[in-house]
Design a protein around this ligand. Structure first.
Ligand code: HEC
Length: 401
Protein backbone atom coordinates (compact mmCIF):
# COMPACT_ATOMS: atom_id res chain seq x y z
CA UNK A 1 0.00 0.00 0.00
CA UNK A 2 1.35 3.38 -0.97
CA UNK A 3 0.64 6.28 1.36
CA UNK A 4 1.88 9.50 -0.13
CA UNK A 5 -0.16 12.18 1.60
CA UNK A 6 -2.69 12.84 4.30
CA UNK A 7 -3.35 10.78 7.36
CA UNK A 8 -4.75 7.32 7.66
CA UNK A 9 -7.38 6.92 10.29
CA UNK A 10 -8.29 3.71 12.04
CA UNK A 11 -11.03 3.55 14.58
CA UNK A 12 -10.67 0.71 17.01
CA UNK A 13 -13.48 -0.41 19.24
CA UNK A 14 -12.96 -2.51 22.28
CA UNK A 15 -15.23 -3.19 25.20
CA UNK A 16 -15.46 0.06 27.15
CA UNK A 17 -12.73 1.67 25.19
CA UNK A 18 -12.90 3.55 21.89
CA UNK A 19 -9.86 5.19 20.53
CA UNK A 20 -8.59 6.33 17.20
CA UNK A 21 -5.22 5.58 15.78
CA UNK A 22 -3.78 7.92 13.24
CA UNK A 23 -0.46 7.32 11.58
CA UNK A 24 1.46 10.33 10.45
CA UNK A 25 3.44 9.81 7.29
CA UNK A 26 5.62 12.79 8.17
CA UNK A 27 6.77 11.37 11.49
CA UNK A 28 9.30 8.85 10.41
CA UNK A 29 10.41 5.89 12.47
CA UNK A 30 12.52 4.47 9.69
CA UNK A 31 15.18 2.08 10.94
CA UNK A 32 18.25 1.28 8.86
CA UNK A 33 20.52 -1.64 9.60
CA UNK A 34 23.62 -3.06 7.98
CA UNK A 35 25.36 -6.38 8.36
CA UNK A 36 28.03 -7.23 9.24
CA UNK A 37 28.64 -4.20 11.44
CA UNK A 38 32.35 -4.74 11.85
CA UNK A 39 34.83 -6.48 9.59
CA UNK A 40 38.58 -6.95 9.56
CA UNK A 41 40.23 -7.23 6.12
CA UNK A 42 43.76 -7.49 4.81
CA UNK A 43 44.90 -5.19 1.96
CA UNK A 44 42.92 -5.83 -1.29
CA UNK A 45 40.43 -7.93 0.70
CA UNK A 46 36.72 -7.76 -0.14
CA UNK A 47 33.50 -7.99 1.84
CA UNK A 48 29.85 -7.98 0.79
CA UNK A 49 27.59 -5.94 3.05
CA UNK A 50 23.82 -6.21 3.29
CA UNK A 51 21.50 -3.46 4.49
CA UNK A 52 17.80 -3.28 5.27
CA UNK A 53 15.25 -0.53 5.89
CA UNK A 54 12.17 -1.14 8.02
CA UNK A 55 9.29 1.08 9.13
CA UNK A 56 9.43 3.12 5.94
CA UNK A 57 6.25 4.59 4.45
CA UNK A 58 6.87 4.43 0.72
CA UNK A 59 10.56 4.43 -0.12
CA UNK A 60 12.81 1.59 0.98
CA UNK A 61 15.82 2.68 -1.07
CA UNK A 62 19.23 3.28 0.44
CA UNK A 63 22.35 5.18 -0.45
CA UNK A 64 25.82 3.86 0.34
CA UNK A 65 28.98 5.88 0.96
CA UNK A 66 32.42 5.68 2.53
CA UNK A 67 33.44 7.86 5.48
CA UNK A 68 36.69 8.45 3.57
CA UNK A 69 36.33 7.93 -0.18
CA UNK A 70 40.11 7.59 -0.51
CA UNK A 71 40.25 4.39 1.53
CA UNK A 72 39.24 1.54 -0.76
CA UNK A 73 36.33 1.21 -3.17
CA UNK A 74 32.63 0.68 -2.69
CA UNK A 75 30.22 -0.56 -5.35
CA UNK A 76 26.59 -0.84 -4.32
CA UNK A 77 23.52 -2.44 -5.80
CA UNK A 78 20.31 -1.87 -3.86
CA UNK A 79 20.47 -3.67 -0.52
CA UNK A 80 23.99 -4.99 -0.97
CA UNK A 81 27.40 -3.45 -1.57
CA UNK A 82 30.89 -4.80 -2.08
CA UNK A 83 33.76 -3.04 -0.33
CA UNK A 84 37.31 -3.60 -1.58
CA UNK A 85 40.20 -2.61 0.67
CA UNK A 86 43.13 -0.61 -0.74
CA UNK A 87 46.17 -2.60 -1.89
CA UNK A 88 48.43 -1.17 0.81
CA UNK A 89 47.96 0.27 4.26
CA UNK A 90 50.43 2.54 6.05
CA UNK A 91 51.38 1.43 9.59
CA UNK A 92 49.64 -1.41 11.37
CA UNK A 93 46.00 -0.86 10.53
CA UNK A 94 43.45 1.72 9.46
CA UNK A 95 39.68 2.01 9.70
CA UNK A 96 36.96 3.29 7.40
CA UNK A 97 33.18 3.25 7.79
CA UNK A 98 30.63 2.29 5.19
CA UNK A 99 27.58 4.47 5.72
CA UNK A 100 24.07 3.47 4.69
CA UNK A 101 21.36 6.10 4.57
CA UNK A 102 17.60 5.92 4.07
CA UNK A 103 16.39 7.95 1.08
CA UNK A 104 12.98 8.46 2.68
CA UNK A 105 14.48 9.77 5.91
CA UNK A 106 18.13 10.77 5.42
CA UNK A 107 18.57 11.28 9.16
CA UNK A 108 18.39 7.48 9.55
CA UNK A 109 21.72 5.81 8.93
CA UNK A 110 23.68 2.74 9.86
CA UNK A 111 27.36 2.05 9.53
CA UNK A 112 29.73 -0.85 9.17
CA UNK A 113 33.23 -0.33 10.47
CA UNK A 114 35.94 -1.88 8.35
CA UNK A 115 39.44 -2.31 9.71
CA UNK A 116 42.22 -3.05 7.28
CA UNK A 117 45.15 -4.72 8.95
CA UNK A 118 48.63 -4.95 7.52
CA UNK A 119 49.80 -8.53 7.81
CA UNK A 120 53.43 -7.39 7.95
CA UNK A 121 54.25 -5.08 10.85
CA UNK A 122 58.00 -5.70 10.77
CA UNK A 123 60.51 -2.93 11.21
CA UNK A 124 63.74 -2.88 9.27
CA UNK A 125 66.19 -3.68 12.03
CA UNK A 126 65.09 -7.21 12.73
CA UNK A 127 63.49 -6.33 16.07
CA UNK A 128 59.77 -6.63 16.03
CA UNK A 129 56.83 -6.78 18.36
CA UNK A 130 54.25 -9.42 17.52
CA UNK A 131 50.77 -8.56 18.75
CA UNK A 132 47.57 -10.53 18.62
CA UNK A 133 44.77 -9.83 17.83
CA UNK A 134 45.46 -6.75 15.71
CA UNK A 135 41.87 -5.59 15.52
CA UNK A 136 38.85 -6.43 17.62
CA UNK A 137 35.24 -5.40 18.00
CA UNK A 138 33.75 -5.47 21.49
CA UNK A 139 30.43 -4.67 23.10
CA UNK A 140 30.49 -2.07 25.92
CA UNK A 141 31.79 -3.51 29.19
CA UNK A 142 33.46 -6.52 27.57
CA UNK A 143 37.15 -7.51 27.91
CA UNK A 144 39.76 -8.93 25.61
CA UNK A 145 43.12 -10.49 26.40
CA UNK A 146 45.94 -9.37 24.09
CA UNK A 147 49.19 -11.27 23.64
CA UNK A 148 52.55 -9.88 22.56
CA UNK A 149 56.16 -10.94 22.34
CA UNK A 150 59.35 -9.39 21.03
CA UNK A 151 61.56 -10.95 18.36
CA UNK A 152 65.23 -10.00 18.00
CA UNK A 153 65.92 -8.96 21.59
CA UNK A 154 66.73 -11.11 24.60
CA UNK A 155 64.08 -9.36 26.69
CA UNK A 156 60.76 -10.40 25.21
CA UNK A 157 58.45 -8.57 27.61
CA UNK A 158 56.22 -5.67 26.55
CA UNK A 159 54.59 -2.69 28.23
CA UNK A 160 50.89 -2.10 27.50
CA UNK A 161 49.42 1.30 26.88
CA UNK A 162 46.08 2.72 25.74
CA UNK A 163 47.16 5.23 23.07
CA UNK A 164 43.70 6.58 22.30
CA UNK A 165 40.07 5.91 23.13
CA UNK A 166 38.36 4.80 26.31
CA UNK A 167 38.65 1.82 28.60
CA UNK A 168 41.57 0.35 30.51
CA UNK A 169 44.43 -2.02 29.87
CA UNK A 170 46.18 -3.99 32.60
CA UNK A 171 49.89 -4.79 32.90
CA UNK A 172 49.22 -8.28 31.54
CA UNK A 173 47.45 -7.01 28.40
CA UNK A 174 43.77 -7.35 29.30
CA UNK A 175 41.75 -4.57 27.72
CA UNK A 176 38.31 -3.69 29.17
CA UNK A 177 35.87 -1.59 27.16
CA UNK A 178 33.98 1.19 29.01
CA UNK A 179 30.55 0.11 30.26
CA UNK A 180 28.57 3.01 28.82
CA UNK A 181 30.56 5.09 26.37
CA UNK A 182 29.19 8.55 25.53
CA UNK A 183 28.67 7.57 21.91
CA UNK A 184 28.85 4.44 19.79
CA UNK A 185 30.67 3.20 17.90
CA UNK A 186 33.86 4.48 19.48
CA UNK A 187 37.41 3.55 18.58
CA UNK A 188 40.67 3.06 20.43
CA UNK A 189 44.25 1.96 19.89
CA UNK A 190 46.32 -0.09 22.29
CA UNK A 191 50.07 -0.38 21.98
CA UNK A 192 52.49 -3.10 23.08
CA UNK A 193 56.03 -1.63 23.34
CA UNK A 194 59.19 -3.59 23.91
CA UNK A 195 60.23 -3.06 27.52
CA UNK A 196 63.91 -3.10 26.50
CA UNK A 197 63.50 -0.83 23.47
CA UNK A 198 60.29 1.25 23.67
CA UNK A 199 60.84 2.57 20.13
CA UNK A 200 59.71 -0.88 18.97
CA UNK A 201 55.98 -1.40 19.25
CA UNK A 202 52.85 -2.74 17.60
CA UNK A 203 49.34 -1.28 17.71
CA UNK A 204 45.93 -2.91 17.73
CA UNK A 205 42.64 -1.17 16.94
CA UNK A 206 39.56 -1.54 19.08
CA UNK A 207 36.01 -0.82 17.97
CA UNK A 208 33.32 -0.64 20.63
CA UNK A 209 29.77 -0.98 19.39
CA UNK A 210 26.41 -2.45 20.24
CA UNK A 211 25.22 -5.33 18.18
CA UNK A 212 22.12 -3.58 16.86
CA UNK A 213 20.88 -6.74 15.20
CA UNK A 214 20.80 -8.85 18.32
CA UNK A 215 17.47 -10.13 19.49
CA UNK A 216 15.41 -7.80 21.67
CA UNK A 217 14.83 -9.38 25.06
CA UNK A 218 11.09 -9.45 25.78
CA UNK A 219 11.42 -10.05 29.51
CA UNK A 220 13.92 -7.24 30.03
CA UNK A 221 13.16 -4.64 27.34
CA UNK A 222 9.46 -4.97 26.54
CA UNK A 223 7.40 -6.42 29.38
CA UNK A 224 8.61 -3.99 32.10
CA UNK A 225 8.06 -1.00 29.80
CA UNK A 226 4.49 -1.98 28.94
CA UNK A 227 3.62 -3.08 32.47
CA UNK A 228 5.08 0.13 33.88
CA UNK A 229 3.56 2.51 31.35
CA UNK A 230 0.26 0.81 30.54
CA UNK A 231 -0.50 -1.77 33.25
CA UNK A 232 -1.54 0.59 36.03
CA UNK A 233 -4.88 0.13 37.74
CA UNK A 234 -7.82 1.15 35.53
CA UNK A 235 -5.79 0.84 32.34
CA UNK A 236 -4.42 -2.33 30.74
CA UNK A 237 -4.59 -4.78 33.63
CA UNK A 238 -5.79 -8.40 33.33
CA UNK A 239 -9.55 -8.48 32.77
CA UNK A 240 -9.79 -4.71 32.21
CA UNK A 241 -11.89 -3.46 29.29
CA UNK A 242 -9.09 -2.12 27.12
CA UNK A 243 -7.18 -5.38 27.35
CA UNK A 244 -4.24 -6.67 29.32
CA UNK A 245 -0.73 -5.43 28.62
CA UNK A 246 0.95 -7.02 31.61
CA UNK A 247 1.46 -10.50 30.14
CA UNK A 248 3.00 -11.96 27.02
CA UNK A 249 -0.32 -13.33 25.74
CA UNK A 250 -2.12 -10.06 26.36
CA UNK A 251 0.54 -8.10 24.50
CA UNK A 252 0.68 -10.64 21.69
CA UNK A 253 -3.03 -10.20 20.96
CA UNK A 254 -2.27 -6.57 20.00
CA UNK A 255 0.58 -7.21 17.61
CA UNK A 256 1.07 -8.80 14.21
CA UNK A 257 4.25 -10.85 14.60
CA UNK A 258 6.87 -9.61 12.19
CA UNK A 259 5.24 -6.29 11.30
CA UNK A 260 5.33 -3.39 13.73
CA UNK A 261 3.63 -1.14 11.20
CA UNK A 262 0.58 -3.41 11.11
CA UNK A 263 0.41 -3.77 14.90
CA UNK A 264 -2.20 -1.89 16.90
CA UNK A 265 0.13 -1.65 19.86
CA UNK A 266 2.87 -0.04 17.81
CA UNK A 267 0.48 2.32 16.01
CA UNK A 268 -0.92 3.44 19.37
CA UNK A 269 2.47 4.28 20.90
CA UNK A 270 3.68 6.08 17.78
CA UNK A 271 0.52 8.10 17.17
CA UNK A 272 1.58 11.65 16.43
CA UNK A 273 -1.77 12.96 17.67
CA UNK A 274 -1.28 13.58 21.36
CA UNK A 275 -5.00 13.24 22.09
CA UNK A 276 -5.02 9.73 20.64
CA UNK A 277 -1.67 8.22 21.36
CA UNK A 278 -0.90 5.78 24.12
CA UNK A 279 -0.17 6.21 26.95
CA UNK A 280 -2.74 9.05 26.92
CA UNK A 281 -1.91 12.51 28.30
CA UNK A 282 -0.99 13.65 30.86
CA UNK A 283 1.27 10.61 30.82
CA UNK A 284 4.31 11.11 28.66
CA UNK A 285 5.04 9.33 25.43
CA UNK A 286 7.38 6.33 25.60
CA UNK A 287 11.00 7.22 24.97
CA UNK A 288 12.41 6.79 21.45
CA UNK A 289 14.62 3.98 22.75
CA UNK A 290 11.58 2.16 24.14
CA UNK A 291 9.56 2.72 20.96
CA UNK A 292 12.36 1.45 18.76
CA UNK A 293 12.85 -1.58 21.01
CA UNK A 294 9.14 -2.42 20.80
CA UNK A 295 9.18 -1.95 17.01
CA UNK A 296 12.24 -4.17 16.64
CA UNK A 297 10.78 -6.75 18.98
CA UNK A 298 7.62 -7.02 16.85
CA UNK A 299 9.61 -7.04 13.60
CA UNK A 300 11.76 -9.85 14.99
CA UNK A 301 8.65 -11.97 15.44
CA UNK A 302 7.28 -10.80 18.84
CA UNK A 303 8.94 -13.70 20.62
CA UNK A 304 8.82 -14.48 24.33
CA UNK A 305 12.55 -14.04 24.61
CA UNK A 306 14.35 -14.26 27.90
CA UNK A 307 17.61 -12.37 28.12
CA UNK A 308 19.99 -15.29 28.13
CA UNK A 309 18.52 -16.71 24.93
CA UNK A 310 18.21 -13.24 23.45
CA UNK A 311 21.77 -12.19 23.99
CA UNK A 312 23.13 -15.39 22.48
CA UNK A 313 21.03 -15.33 19.33
CA UNK A 314 22.82 -13.79 16.40
CA UNK A 315 20.31 -12.84 13.70
CA UNK A 316 22.88 -11.22 11.43
CA UNK A 317 23.83 -12.90 8.16
CA UNK A 318 21.03 -15.43 7.92
CA UNK A 319 20.94 -16.78 4.36
CA UNK A 320 18.56 -19.06 2.50
CA UNK A 321 21.37 -21.32 1.32
CA UNK A 322 22.57 -22.14 4.80
CA UNK A 323 20.38 -21.54 7.83
CA UNK A 324 16.92 -21.32 6.28
CA UNK A 325 17.29 -24.29 3.94
CA UNK A 326 18.80 -26.43 6.69
CA UNK A 327 15.95 -25.56 9.05
CA UNK A 328 13.38 -26.51 6.42
CA UNK A 329 15.23 -29.76 5.75
CA UNK A 330 15.37 -30.60 9.45
CA UNK A 331 11.83 -29.76 10.54
CA UNK A 332 9.54 -29.41 7.54
CA UNK A 333 10.47 -31.28 4.40
CA UNK A 334 9.35 -34.60 5.83
CA UNK A 335 5.77 -33.47 5.17
CA UNK A 336 6.31 -30.72 2.61
CA UNK A 337 7.74 -32.23 -0.54
CA UNK A 338 6.58 -34.25 -3.53
CA UNK A 339 3.05 -35.05 -4.67
CA UNK A 340 1.68 -35.52 -1.14
CA UNK A 341 3.16 -32.32 0.31
CA UNK A 342 1.12 -31.03 3.26
CA UNK A 343 -1.33 -28.38 2.08
CA UNK A 344 0.21 -28.73 -1.40
CA UNK A 345 3.12 -26.66 -0.07
CA UNK A 346 6.57 -27.72 -1.25
CA UNK A 347 9.26 -26.42 1.10
CA UNK A 348 12.15 -28.32 -0.48
CA UNK A 349 12.88 -25.49 -2.93
CA UNK A 350 13.30 -21.75 -2.62
CA UNK A 351 10.30 -21.10 -4.89
CA UNK A 352 7.83 -23.00 -2.71
CA UNK A 353 9.09 -21.40 0.46
CA UNK A 354 8.99 -17.90 -1.11
CA UNK A 355 5.27 -18.39 -1.90
CA UNK A 356 4.25 -19.08 1.70
CA UNK A 357 6.62 -16.38 2.91
CA UNK A 358 5.09 -13.76 0.63
CA UNK A 359 1.55 -14.47 1.85
CA UNK A 360 2.57 -14.38 5.51
CA UNK A 361 1.77 -18.08 6.09
CA UNK A 362 5.34 -19.04 6.97
CA UNK A 363 5.79 -16.68 9.91
CA UNK A 364 2.15 -17.09 10.99
CA UNK A 365 2.49 -20.86 11.19
CA UNK A 366 5.90 -21.11 12.85
CA UNK A 367 5.03 -18.48 15.48
CA UNK A 368 1.86 -20.46 16.26
CA UNK A 369 -0.18 -17.31 15.58
CA UNK A 370 -3.95 -17.27 15.62
CA UNK A 371 -5.53 -17.98 12.24
CA UNK A 372 -2.72 -20.24 11.04
CA UNK A 373 -2.02 -23.94 11.38
CA UNK A 374 0.80 -24.33 13.91
CA UNK A 375 3.96 -25.72 12.26
CA UNK A 376 5.79 -28.07 12.52
CA UNK A 377 2.43 -29.84 12.62
CA UNK A 378 1.95 -31.85 15.81
CA UNK A 379 5.52 -31.00 16.84
CA UNK A 380 6.87 -28.57 19.42
CA UNK A 381 7.36 -24.94 18.40
CA UNK A 382 10.79 -24.12 16.95
CA UNK A 383 13.03 -22.39 19.48
CA UNK A 384 12.91 -18.58 19.68
CA UNK A 385 16.34 -18.10 18.17
CA UNK A 386 15.50 -20.19 15.10
CA UNK A 387 12.25 -18.26 14.60
CA UNK A 388 14.06 -14.95 15.05
CA UNK A 389 16.68 -15.90 12.49
CA UNK A 390 14.03 -16.85 9.94
CA UNK A 391 12.20 -13.61 10.70
CA UNK A 392 15.43 -11.66 10.11
CA UNK A 393 15.76 -13.34 6.71
CA UNK A 394 12.11 -12.53 5.91
CA UNK A 395 12.66 -8.92 6.98
CA UNK A 396 15.57 -8.68 4.55
CA UNK A 397 13.12 -9.53 1.77
CA UNK A 398 13.68 -13.34 1.94
CA UNK A 399 16.40 -13.35 -0.74
CA UNK A 400 17.52 -16.56 -2.46
CA UNK A 401 21.05 -16.02 -1.20
C1 HEC B 1 3.88 -33.77 10.26
C2 HEC B 1 3.77 -33.14 8.98
C3 HEC B 1 4.15 -31.68 8.86
C4 HEC B 1 5.30 -31.07 9.30
C5 HEC B 1 6.47 -31.69 10.04
C6 HEC B 1 5.21 -29.69 8.89
N1 HEC B 1 4.03 -29.48 8.25
FE1 HEC B 1 3.37 -27.70 7.48
N2 HEC B 1 1.60 -28.56 6.99
C7 HEC B 1 1.31 -29.89 7.08
C8 HEC B 1 -0.03 -30.13 6.57
C9 HEC B 1 -0.73 -31.48 6.50
C10 HEC B 1 -0.54 -28.86 6.17
C11 HEC B 1 -1.90 -28.53 5.57
C12 HEC B 1 -3.03 -28.71 6.53
C13 HEC B 1 -2.91 -27.79 7.71
O1 HEC B 1 -2.88 -26.57 7.51
O2 HEC B 1 -2.83 -28.31 8.81
C14 HEC B 1 0.52 -27.90 6.45
C15 HEC B 1 0.38 -26.54 6.24
C16 HEC B 1 1.46 -25.65 6.32
C17 HEC B 1 1.37 -24.26 6.02
C18 HEC B 1 0.12 -23.49 5.69
C19 HEC B 1 -0.46 -23.08 7.02
C20 HEC B 1 -1.66 -22.19 6.96
O3 HEC B 1 -2.13 -21.80 8.03
O4 HEC B 1 -2.08 -21.89 5.86
C21 HEC B 1 2.63 -23.74 6.17
C22 HEC B 1 3.07 -22.29 5.94
C23 HEC B 1 3.47 -24.82 6.61
N3 HEC B 1 2.75 -25.96 6.70
C24 HEC B 1 4.81 -24.64 6.91
C25 HEC B 1 5.54 -25.62 7.59
C26 HEC B 1 6.88 -25.37 8.08
C27 HEC B 1 7.66 -24.07 7.91
C28 HEC B 1 7.27 -26.50 8.72
C29 HEC B 1 8.58 -26.75 9.44
C30 HEC B 1 8.92 -25.81 10.47
C31 HEC B 1 6.18 -27.46 8.61
N4 HEC B 1 5.16 -26.89 7.91
C32 HEC B 1 6.20 -28.75 9.12
C33 HEC B 1 2.11 -30.87 7.59
C34 HEC B 1 3.36 -30.67 8.20
Amino acid sequence: MLITMGFVLFVLREAGCDYNITTNPDKSLVVVSVSPQAVTLTPSGEITLTAAVTHFQHDSTLTWSLSDPNIGQLSSNGGTAVYKAPASVPGTAMSVSVLVQSVEDPTKTAQAVITIVNPDTSGTTGVKVLLSPLAITLSPGKSQQFHATVLGLTTTTVTWQLVSGFGTITADGTYSAPGSPASLPTFGIIRASSTADPTRYADATITIMNSADSLVCFERDILPVLTGSCGMSGCHTPGAGPGDLTSYDGILSRVVSGSARSSRLYLAITNFDIARRMPPPPRSILSPVQIIAIGRWIDQGALKTSCSAGSQCDTTSVHYSDFVRTTMATYCIGCHTGATAGGGIDLSSYGGLAKVTANGRLMGSITFSQGFSAMPKLGPRLDDCTIAKIQAWVNRGYPND
